[in-house]
Design a binder for this molecule. Structure first.
Ligand SMILES: Cc1cc2nc3c(=O)[nH]c(=O)nc-3n(C[C@H](O)[C@H](O)[C@H](O)COP(=O)(O)OP(=O)(O)OC[C@H]3O[C@@H](n4cnc5c(N)ncnc54)[C@H](O)[C@@H]3O)c2cc1C
Length: 375
């Protein structure tokens, strides 16, 4: 896909930031399981967190394609930072922009567009994430306030210093799911400790509990009872974004592997000169390339206002598998060094598996694609 000047310059600026600011330090954050707040703030200043948000609130009013370009560039270097951006923008801030009232948009979007705040979107519960329509968290109206009770798990961005908002799905009546915004510090909201995760270790993922947590009635996000439809719509965009992120990881693994295979010698010559290694690199390039075509196609459809749900599922399914396979091949090419956390490909190996699980598992993507075929 040929990029225009604006897209080329934006992608180049994000790439430069990823290479010069993220790459040298992210390994340390990853090892410590520490959220790199300053890097996320700097990305905010670059306009990455506001790229899709309306210009009237300080965003750039660009579409999913532009966001995908940024996510791919960040994920080439590191997936933890990329998913921090992805979760906040596609599921959180986009939800406010699309379904929020004028008051909600005026209140929350300017800080999000400026990259000063983050949003967490809390859908998954301990009882299940795939069957998301069966949310057990409940919210009832009492004296002009929503009173929320329940628990959510695995919530990205729930507990950072930058978190402005947690948007939670809750049952607001029989068979009725709605989205409600809760600000950190609200009595009755408890954000648990960071999980010990296999990968994405520099991202913030926590359980969230609501114990008679009261928020104003006006914190209802969008129409009452439309929460399920809203998050399905948001997840379509989220899947394209995850596909772009996965493409970045797949490309990053390829770049690292090509450089290593040309330099590392065995039996007196670079390992790249063995056809087994060269073919592995060729397959890695193929996967990164087709993943890019898939996410960009879905993003262009989304930005044109065309139906893109099945294309998003296809892109997410293909790119996440490509990322997992490229991470596996990259660690193989790196040999023992590929198993050492000091190498970026080892980080990718740990990071990529979740791409087949989050934002709807790959079984869910297959269900969506099959449904689009009428089966
Ligand atoms: C690091 C991380 C960050 C996350 N961030 C967020 C977040 O910000 N917000 C949020 O809400 N959630 C988040 N999640 C949760 C994630 O979206 C869920 O883990 C995911 O949707 C799967 O849900 P589950 O874990 O409950 O698995 P389950 O729903 O228990 O599924 C288990 C397995 O069964 C399969 N399965 C289930 N039903 C079917 C079926 N009908 N046919 C075939 N197979 C089926 C699934 O595909 C899966 O393989 C995050 C998770 C992680 C690990």
């Amino acid at each position: 896909m040929r990029l225009d000047i604006e897209q080329t310059e934006f992608a180049a600026a994000v790439r430069e930031f990823a290479e010069e600011q993220i790459k040298p330090v992210i390994g340390g954050f990853y090892e410590r399981g520490e959220f790199p707040i300053d890097l996320v703030r700097e990305l905010g200043k670059l306009g990455v967190l506001g790229v899709t948000l309306p210009e009237e609130y300080g965003g750039s009013g660009q579409g999913l394609f532009m966001l995908g370009l940024a996510l791919e560039e960040i994920a080439r270097v590191d997936a933890s930072v990329a998913v921090t951006v992805e979760a906040s923008v596609t599921l959180g801030a986009e939800g406010i922009a699309r379904y929020g009232t004028k008051e909600q948009r005026e209140r929350w979007l300017p800080r999000l567009a400026a990259g000063e705040g983050l949003v967490a979107f809390a859908l998954t519960e301990p009882g299940g994430g795939t069957d998301a329509g069966h949310t057990e968290t409940k919210a009832r109206l009492e004296d002009g306030e929503w009173v929320i009770d329940g628990a959510k798990c695995f919530i990205t961005n729930a507990g950072t210093e930058m978190t402005d908002l947690i948007i939670a799905t809750a049952q607001t009546g029989p068979g009725e799911v709605s989205c409600i915004a809760v600000e950190p510090g609200t009595p009755g909201l408890q954000v648990g400790p960071e999980y010990s995760k296999v990968g994405w270790r520099a991202s913030d993922t926590r359980p969230v509990y609501f114990d008679s947590c009261r928020v104003p009635e006006a914190n209802l996000m969008g129409q009452r009872g439309r929460g399920f439809v809203q998050f399905l719509e948001l997840l379509d965009g989220g899947r394209v974004a995850i596909a772009a992120l996965a493409t970045g990881s797949a490309q990053g693994c390829l770049d690292e592997s090509v450089a290593h295979a040309k330099e590392r010698e065995a039996f007196g010559r670079p390992i790249a000169q063995n056809q087994a290694i060269a073919f592995m690199l060729a397959d890695m390039r193929l996967r990164a390339h087709t993943s890019r075509l898939a996410w960009q196609d879905a993003a262009l459809r989304a930005d044109a206002g065309e139906p893109f749900g099945a294309d998003a599922a296809l892109a997410k399914l293909h790119a996440s598998q490509a990322a997992v396979e490229n991470a596996r091949d990259a660690t193989q090419i790196f040999g023992g060094y590929g198993f050492m956390n000091e190498t970026p490909v080892a980080r990718a190996w740990r990071d990529c598996k979740i791409l087949e699980i989050g934002e709807g598992t790959n079984e869910v993507q297959r269900m969506i694609i099959a449904r689009s075929l009428g089966v």
